[in-house]
Design a protein around this ligand. Sequence first.
Ligand code: 13P
Length: 244
Amino acid sequence: MRKPLVAGNWKMNLDRRTAVDLLTHLKSLLHDLNDEVDVVVCPPSVYLDLASLEIKLSNIKMGAQNVAATTNQAATGEVSAEMLREFGCEYVIIGHSERRAMLGETDKQIAAKFAIARDAGITPIICVGEEGGDGLAVVSSQLRAVVDKLGMQAFENAVIAYEPVWAIGTGKSASPSQVQEMHEHIRELVTTDVRIVYGGSVKPENAEEIFAQHDVDGGLIGGASLKAQDFSDICHAAMSVAGR
Ligand code: 13P
């Protein structure tokens, strides 16, 4: 039985005050959050400390948006997996398409980050997805880099986020059947009972139908994670599907 996960990727949004407001509001809206769903917030790294204090004693977990691809401390500007762990991060997003596109992150670097996160006891949420064209070919080669480095068992207890680039921030989500089809292929590829979440314009209106698909284990939420009510509604959609 795979436990659904809903993670909010705040990207480079909010400031100290609005971050605290959002978490305060979320805690009260998610007071009924049960053990059937993992809910994670992923603030910018400079707000991890503040966020960890805010979510203390709540059921909300914390994740980071990136981790260094090296354990070498001569790495100006980078944040290590140990540091993330110290601030209470249980998850880390790896290989987001924005970082692949803007910073030229390669599959090899992403596989290195994946390994480093795992070694530090942090669950990687590895993002894969096509800009257009043959999605399965793109996703397969993105996942292959991790398998080549770590073997198939690397995905045990990891999370794969399928995020088609064309659906991110566009308001135009993939359809539930498109999502199901890709997730089913991914599951065949990696052969383990890995959690596969979907990201790309998930909102309260479409969350339940997407999450109800057989191979969908929750979502990675961008824009809608910045609004407490929307994020809470999406988490409740996951809870309602899990409770069936
Ligand atoms: P949106 O939900 O804003 O489309 O962003 C998805 C995303 O990139 C999550 O990582």
